[in-house]
Design a protein around this ligand. Structure first.
Ligand code: BG6
Length: 474
């Protein structure tokens, strides 16, 4: 395990908890008046085309049944001492098709209940408004975020959420990993056109619509909930040059711009020069209205991000490899080990990315995803079923130590939510065997299992970390 060089600890009031997304935990895909979302037709993750409708092999249709078991699950989070819980609201529970005038009351009531439960345990909610869950109707009938009309539908959805939950929810995230739309237009942008048939023009127009929608949500939040904090959410993956060759360094800069652009726009309120240049040189002419420009000036209060891994970049096509990774992948770093799913593990990269974002944007940061997807084995220890997940403890410990280093470097960090604090369905592969949780859920890739919950060894470890505000880290 990495050792810390700093005695500093996390700030007082630091928010500790875990993160999830509706489509990966709730199940009940057709209950409570919910409409279909794109996830309901993505049974095998991001690598295969969508199906015509829900199919029995789609684990997300039942997921881990949080829809019916939320009280039990939140009680377990409370037992670990969570002070924050990140979850997303399923857009298609509130607006089943996405383009209706009035919301579905039953869907709103479900989240009232979730918030009641969190309040009961003194856990602060952190709400993602859109986490890879575009209503399917919007994908099929409007072309997803390629259509400007989605800005209005999203704004209406946000208004409903802010008016209903505004007094109870302080922290909001507009779009999960918004930069991933460049790589996975279906999951992130509700665009059914296969990526290889999608023009850069249409893709960047969709990006633009999401960015405007995000900015409008921020403005609306300030009108309706003056004390709310709105953040963007970026898939953070630091890119290192594969060699000291300046050509590798320049290639690295270009790749890094793909992600920076989203933070730059959210934090500075306008398109950066390097992106305008890319548009010019590739014949991309976006429709950007004066109103859009004004909307974009409503910048976020904080920057949240997911961090799992880093990657390398090279200017030499012969050396470029796209390995497995958190959606983006990249050329493997010869100095790092990878997880069972090929994601390169790099705790120090977290410190690097935190310093980098802080220096670039000067906005408080929030780590809203970090964790290790691994195969777990349920075993019996002293008569109790558990998972001895020392590998997960090691991963989280080492990342938290580096987060603490970044705090000691002067980075302002609001909180930390581990990804998949309870086992859930994987976004990229749609498996349940890729487990992240402190809580084991008895459900297998073939759909069998009792759905019963079990505390893993990491459950007690995290409780201790929270109780000591990070003091127990090694
Ligand atoms: C992030 C997503 O990309 O990584 C989550 O925001 C996802 O939805 C997480 O689950 C881990 O990825 P995966 O593919 O292992 O589920």
């Amino acid at each position: 395990m990495t050792t810390t060089t700093s005695p500093d600890t996390f700030p007082n009031g630091f928010l500790w908890g875990g993160a999830t997304a509706a489509n990966q935990i709730e199940g009940a895909y057709s209950e409570g008046g919910k409409g279909l979302s794109i996830q309901d037709v993505m049974p095998h993750g991001i690598k295969t085309p969508p199906t015509d409708g829900p199919t029995p092999d789609n684990l997300k249709l039942e997921a881990i049944d949080f829809y019916h078991r939320y009280a039990e699950d939140i009680a377990l989070f409370a037992e670990m001492g969570f002070t924050v819980f990140r979850f997303s609201i399923a857009w298609s529970r509130i607006f089943p098709c996405g383009d209706e005038e009035t919301p579905n009351e039953e869907g709103l009531v479900f989240y009232d209940r979730v918030l009641d439960e969190l309040e009961k345990h003194g856990i602060e909610p952190l709400v993602t408004i859109s986490h890879y869950e575009t209503p399917l109707h919007l994908a099929r009938n409007y072309g997803g975020w390629m259509s400007r009309e989605l800005i209005g539908f999203y704004e209406r959805y946000c208004r409903v959420l802010f008016e209903r939950y505004g007094e109870r929810v302080k922290y909001w995230l507009t779009f999960n990993e918004i930069n991933s739309v460049l790589h996975f237009p279906l999951m992130s942008g509700g665009i059914l056109t296969p990526k290889d048939q999608l023009s850069q023009q249409d893709l960047y127009q969709a990006v633009h619509h999401e960015l405007v929608a995000s900015a409008r949500a921020t403005r609306l939040a300030r009108e309706i909930m003056p004390t709310a904090q709105v953040g963007c959410m970026i898939l953070a993956m630091p890119v290192y040059p594969l060699t000291p060759d300046p050509a590798d360094v320049v290639a690295t800069m270009h790749t890094a711009h793909d992600s920076y652009a989203f933070g730059d726009i959210h934090c500075r309120g306008q398109y950066p020069g390097y992106l305008l240049r890319r548009f010019r040189e590739n014949g991309i002419e976006l429709e950007i209205t004066d109103q859009d420009r004004e909307d974009l000036t409503h910048t976020v209060d904080f920057v949240s991000f997911s961090y799992y891994m880093s990657s390398c970049e090279t200017g030499d096509p012969a050396r470029k490899v796209t390995s497995a990774g958190n959606l983006l992948g990249g050329t493997p770093n010869p100095t790092l080990q990878a997880s069972e799913w090929g994601w390169q593990i790099d705790p120090q990269g977290l410190r690097v990315v935190m310093n980098d974002y802080w220096e670039r944007w000067q906005k408080p940061l929030f780590i809203v995803e970090n964790g290790l997807g691994a195969v777990d084995e349920l075993v019996e220890v002293d008569g109790t079923k558990t998972v001895v997940d020392d590998y997960r403890i090691g991963y989280l410990n080492d990342h938290l130590v580096q987060a603490r280093e970044a705090v000691a470097d002067g980075v302002e960090l609001l909180g930390y939510t581990t990804w998949g604090c309870i086992d859930l369905v994987s976004a990229s592969t749609a498996q349940l065997s890729k487990r992240y949780g402190f809580i084991y859920v008895d459900r297998n890739d073939d759909g069998t299992g009792t759905l019963q919950r079990y505390r893993k060894k990491s459950f007690d470890w995290y409780r201790q970390v929270i109780a000591t505000n990070g003091g127990s880290l090694q």
